[in-house]
Every structure is written in C-alpha cells, then in structure tokens.
Design a protein around this ligand. Structure first.
Ligand SMILES: Nc1nc2c(ncn2[C@@H]2O[C@H](COP(=O)(O)OP(=O)(O)O)[C@@H](O)[C@H]2O)c(=O)[nH]1
Ligand SMILES: Nc1ncnc2c1ncn2[C@@H]1O[C@H](COP(=O)(O)OP(=O)(O)O)[C@@H](O)[C@H]1O
Length: 430
C-alpha cells in the first residue's frame, strides 16, 4: 500500500493548517489540499459565497485535477454538501448533485476509490453509515455530457445481498398492475411502487402521486433534459418515465422497488447501473388480452385498438430480447401470482428473511481509515468490538455493484483481530 493512495483529509475547518501538516506521507500532487485551497477555506466568505461555519467537519478529496470538499452543518438536520475546487482553473465549481443526499452527521471519513469517493459517516445507524459520492462513473459522465455541467451523484451503500429492484413489463391489459397490487397487499412493508411520470390523462380511479405523477409534456421534456429521469419512453402516444427520485423514495423507505414499465424502458434500465430483476408478463393469447382490456373498461375503442396493435410487437420483443430474466404466463391469476412469489424467493418467506439478515456493525465515532488495494481498514479506537479484541474492521470494496441512481451493493464488512496501529498509510484526522 502506498500512503499517497489515500487522497483524503478530514478536518475541522478551524484546524485546517495544523491538520494538513499532520497528514503522514501526503503528496501534494496526489491529494493534499493545495495552498490556495487552504487559504480560500480560511477566508470567509469564500469564492462564490461558499461559507463555512466554525466547527463544521469537512473532508477534501482530490481526484485528478479536482478537489471535492464534502461536508455540511453539524446540527443533524442538513444534508452533506459538496463543493468542487477545479485545480486547473483555480476556481470553485458548483456541481449539480444527483441522488438523495446523506443527512449531515457528527463527522465523516472519506476515501477515494477509482471513480467514486467512499464516505463513512461517524456514529450513524448501520443502514446510514456508508455512502458513495460518484465523481467519474459512467452514470455521472453521461449526465455531465448531456447537461454540459459538473455533476456528482450520491448513492447509499448497502451490505449483504440487499434485494434488487424488480422491473415488470408486459402488454397493456396483461395483468401487471393486478399482480403488483397483490404483491404489495401481501407484503406491504417489503415492496414500494416506483410512481412513474406520464403525460396521459388520469383514469377515473387514478390518483396523482399514487398511480402516476400526471404531468404536462413540456414540463416532463424539460425534466428529462435536466437528467431527472432514469428512463423514459413514448408508449401508446404518451410520454412515460421513471424519475431517479421515484426509485430513491422507495429505497429510502427501506423497501424493494417495483417498476411497471414498458419494454423500451426495461431496455434502458438494463443498460443503466440500476441492478434489477427483469420479468416479462405474457398473456395466454391475444384473444384473452383483448377480453381483459375491454373488460377493464378504462380505454376508448381507439385506445384499445392502439394497445392491441402494439401488444404483438411488445410480446415479440419481450420473448426474444435478452432483457428479461423471467417470462411468466398470466393465464390463471392465482397460479401466476404463486410463480411470481416463487421466483422472488417469497414462497418460503420466513426462512428467506432470516437467511439474508446481515450482521450489523456500527462503526464508532472515533475511527481512522487506511486502504490496501480494494480493502478499507477501519481502525476503531474505542468500541464494543475492541473489547472483543477486534478493533479493526475490513470493508471489502472489490465487488461493488450498482450505484447511482440507486444503491451501491456488494459491500462486505468483517471484524478482524487487532494488529499494530502503525499500519502504514493510516490517515488519522478528526
Ligand atoms: N418506459 C416506461 N414505461 C412506463 C412507465 N410507466 C408505465 N409505463 C408503461 O406504459 C404502458 C402504458 O401504461 P398505462 O397507460 O398505465 O396502461 P396499462 O399498461 O394498460 O395499465 C405500460 O406498458 C406501462 O408498463 C415508465 O415510467 N416508463
Ligand atoms: N389472469 C387473469 N385472468 C383474468 N383477468 C385478469 C387476469 N389478470 C388480470 N386480469 C384482469 O385484466 C384486466 C387488466 O389487468 P391490469 O392489471 O390492469 O393490466 P395491466 O396493468 O398489465 O395493464 C383487469 O381488469 C384485471 O382484473
């Protein structure tokens, strides 16, 4: 491990200079805050009105020619903010920040990984302590290209095999909504519906914000341009789309997200970093499909004909493309629902839950970080774990999956036995 691999400095702003002089083995070209940054941080108000309060904890992490200043107010109510200092231009940049921001906390540590910054919040609950600020991932680069601005994206880290979102597609009238409603009724605390945006008119029973966010075409087009959508498509003559927020809201509620989207949308999600299970629902026959559509009584004759015309192509794509992991025939509704539950691992629900519950490790306030390849070592200064002679926690980030928009999976925590504190490359700032 090279100490200069650690491009992180956590500091109380008031102690900035002192802290930088303590960083072991820091190398200006690799990560130390340059003199102008230190000067800027000490003189309030800063360029572009970027203000700092005494006692506010921030980290600075340098990736190539940009220094990411990450931190927020200390009152537990505000979110952690991000500012970027462009070292080439010598000026501050205000990035567009995507994803749900983590709430501010007592302090945090930061480590630069290849294309994202790992943030460990101190003294936070297990499900809120690991975050990633994506600075150079494919998702961020695409947004930067389409928006022509600096973009960063937050993604919460989850340990163990946190369940993937579920994408359900199929022709109009096949029974997607019915199956999803059954799933949400039986497992209300487990699933949450991703509420799409659409430009189509609401049906009689449909509520804005519950079934869809009903919106104007011009508004939705503007929001698409602003990068607010994970995917969108024109379906049966209307615009439909899944906003990043729709997926985040469900994940933030600790639920598994269900997306009811068409085949084009499923293809876009498949190409994105959102890891999901893709299920295509087929009708037993076109005659049955027509009967169901007419029986539902929510469309005009013209709309029914359009949906039936589109159904053939959708079924063809659903069956032949490599988008879908599973194809389910919805002939008898109860049978189809049982199959759906089985493939989601819900037929043996009790054992499924107990098997997948990961051990919860709470990282103490007082810890330091070091990095050896893809292993982050968290050295806990005082903790329950220390009493067990296990004051080191290994966080394996070698197999990260997913990321913004959505969760970053594949994190693995392991408490390990203590070894010398003098582990080289230890970055200790508080
Ligand atoms: N791509 C995409 N398709 C969506 C979205 N929301 C709904 N759809 C699809 O749009 C199509 C029409 O939906 P809707 O008008 O509610 O009619 P229904 O399928 O007959 O219930 C269906 O195939 C939905 O799966 C979305 O956010 N993105
Ligand atoms: N297996 C089934 N057999 C008969 N009718 C069904 C079945 N599944 C759903 N339906 C009915 O078909 C109609 C369309 O179902 P819906 O869930 O609205 O389809 P989608 O959401 O795919 O457009 C509804 O009236 C529903 O009650």
């Amino acid at each position: 491990m090279s100490p200069s691999n650690i491009l992180v400095a956590t500091h109380k702003v008031s102690n900035l200079l002192r802290v930088y002089s303590r960083i072991p083995g820091t190398d200006l070209s690799m990560g130390e805050a340059p003199a102008f940054l230190v000067d800027d941080l000490q003189n309030e108000p800063l360029n572009n009105g970027f203000e700092l309060k005494n006692g506010t904890c921030k980290t600075t992490t340098t990736c190539v020619d940009k220094t990411y200043v990450i931190g927020g107010a200390d009152d537990g109510t505000l979110s952690i903010e991000v500012q970027i200092f462009d070292r080439n231009l010598g000026e501050w940049v205000h990035p567009i920040v995507h994803g749900t921001k983590p709430m501010s906390c007592k302090g945090h540590s930061a480590v630069l990984l290849k294309d994202r910054i790992l943030i460990i919040k101190k003294g936070s609950k297990p499900d809120d302590q690991i975050w990633f600020l994506e600075v150079d991932t494919e998702y961020v680069r695409q947004l930067q290209k389409s928006l022509g601005s600096e973009v960063v994206a937050w993604s919460k880290g989850v340990t163990g095999n946190a369940e993937k979102p579920i994408v359900i597609s199929g022709p109009s009238g096949v029974g997607k909504g019915t199956l999803i409603a059954m799933l949400m009724k039986e497992f209300p605390s487990m699933f949450g519906f991703s509420v799409s945006h659409t430009t189509r008119a609401p049906r009689n029973m449909e509520k804005d914000g519950v079934h869809y966010h009903f919106t104007e075409k011009s508004v939705m087009e503007k929001e698409i341009k602003d990068g607010k959508f994970l995917e969108f498509a024109s379906v049966h003559g209307n615009l439909y789309g899944t906003s990043v927020e729709a997926v985040e809201v469900v994940a933030d509620a600790g639920k598994r997200c269900i997306l009811d989207i068409d085949v084009q949308g499923a293809r876009s999600v498949r190409a994105s970093s959102l890891e999901a299970i893709f299920i295509f629902i087929c009708p037993p026959s076109m005659e049955d499909l027509e009967k169901r559509l007419r029986g539902r009584g929510t469309e005009t004759e013209e709309q029914i004909m359009k949906r039936l015309r589109n159904a053939a192509a959708e079924i063809e794509q659903g069956k032949s493309s490599k988008i879908f992991d599973f194809i389910l025939y919805n002939d008898n509704l109860e049978d189809c629902y049982e199959k759906l539950k089985k493939l989601l691992g819900l037929d043996d629900f009790v054992t499924a839950v107990s098997k997948s519950a990961p051990r919860e490790i709470i990282l103490p306030m007082d810890h330091t970080l070091s990095k050896i390849d893809d292993q982050i070592i968290v050295n806990c200064k005082s903790s329950e774990l220390e009493k067990e002679s296990k004051n080191l926690i290994m966080l394996d980030v070698s197999s990260l999956k997913g990321g913004a928009p959505g969760r970053t999976r594949g994190l693995d925590f392991r408490a390990i036995s203590s070894f010398s504190d003098s582990l080289t490359g230890m970055a200790q700032f508080s």
